[in-house]
Design a protein around this ligand. Sequence first.
Ligand code: CTP
Length: 398
Amino acid sequence: MLTNKNILLGVCGSIASYKSATLTRLLVKAGANVRIVMTRDACNFITPLTLSTLSKNPVLTEYFDPQTGSWNNHVELGLWSDLMVIAPASANTLAKFANGLCDNLLSAVYLSARCQVYFAPAMDLDMWKHPATQKNINSLISYGNILINPVHGELASGLKGEGRMAEPEDIVSFIENELKKKLPLRGKKALVTAGPTYEAIDPVRFIGNHSSGKMGFALAEELSALGAEVTLISGPTSLSLKNQAIVRIDVNSAEEMLNAALSHFPDSDISILSAAVADYKPRDVSTVKIKKKSDEFELALIRTKDILATLGSKKKQGQILVGFALETNDEEANAIGKLQRKNLDFIVLNSMNDQGATFRNDNNKITIIDRDLNKQAFDLKPKDQVAADICKKVLDLL
Ligand code: CTP
């Protein structure tokens, strides 16, 4: 959720600022780009050197940096941020934010930011309970900022009560959950098929194809990044998934892929079948290794069941079904034929005539054709970007 997100961490003067070091580390570990603005008082509790080392970025405190002679541009910092986290947020800084004061760099960045702001207060229990603080908190919430509630426990004063800043791990999972809520495919289930199938001839030989599975894996990652619960049914491939939330089912043959797809399809809102499924399989599979005898060898083949067409015949209203077509000639006419025969919502056409867009490649060049025969042709691009284009079409249909 936080990969490549630009996060501005605001650190205020509070004993809880020692936890900002762990928070910074967790955000960086989650893949975020972290820039930190500290208030002057925060620097009395934790050194900017600690936080700049952990964030891998210079820490800013003042508008003007006398050492470099440069101006720390609060507007640029605000616009750079995808989200802002104020942790710990002191009573004083909250009061400034709530009332629009900007007498230091942090409060000026806050006023300039257009992004979502989260704040994790830390203060003594009576300061927290004070009507002035509560009024400021309510004002901040009414401006659209999100409160990460302080927790109950022992406070720096020795008193016990509410006011401890939430633990860094809890702050990170709180933010991740909030971001997940906004994902467009949250609550949707997606099914993806990928890779080749291997049709056994005997215990050591099979009929297969050159599909790498890269397109299907990229689709599974993209659907998951958009919030869908993804099941990936993969034929034999050496690929691995980055996103641990994706459920992966490994299969070998077209029949195994069909059975896995049939059991998941009824619950799936979106099904994208990108696997290069064998159209034929050996009629008889030898249980022992076939020995060479004569100069010629004939293998009888029978049709496999078309998984995409099978799912198309069972498709209910509201389910989106997407297929692929790899063509060498009469590309669009063939693709439209498949779209209609297999009852698809749209088809992704690959042409073997496009350089650099075939099996095993990291790039792909596609044309999307939908039921109304609207066509969208895309440039050659990396498969993760192609996956994003395909998912964008799914989002349009939803
Ligand atoms: N497909 C499938 N099950 C099969 C064969 C294909 O699910 N047994 C799916 C593929 O995943 C892909 C689409 O169908 O989404 C490809 O269509 P298809 O008509 O099978 O393409 P080709 O195998 O290339 O067929 P043809 O030889 O007729 O061009």
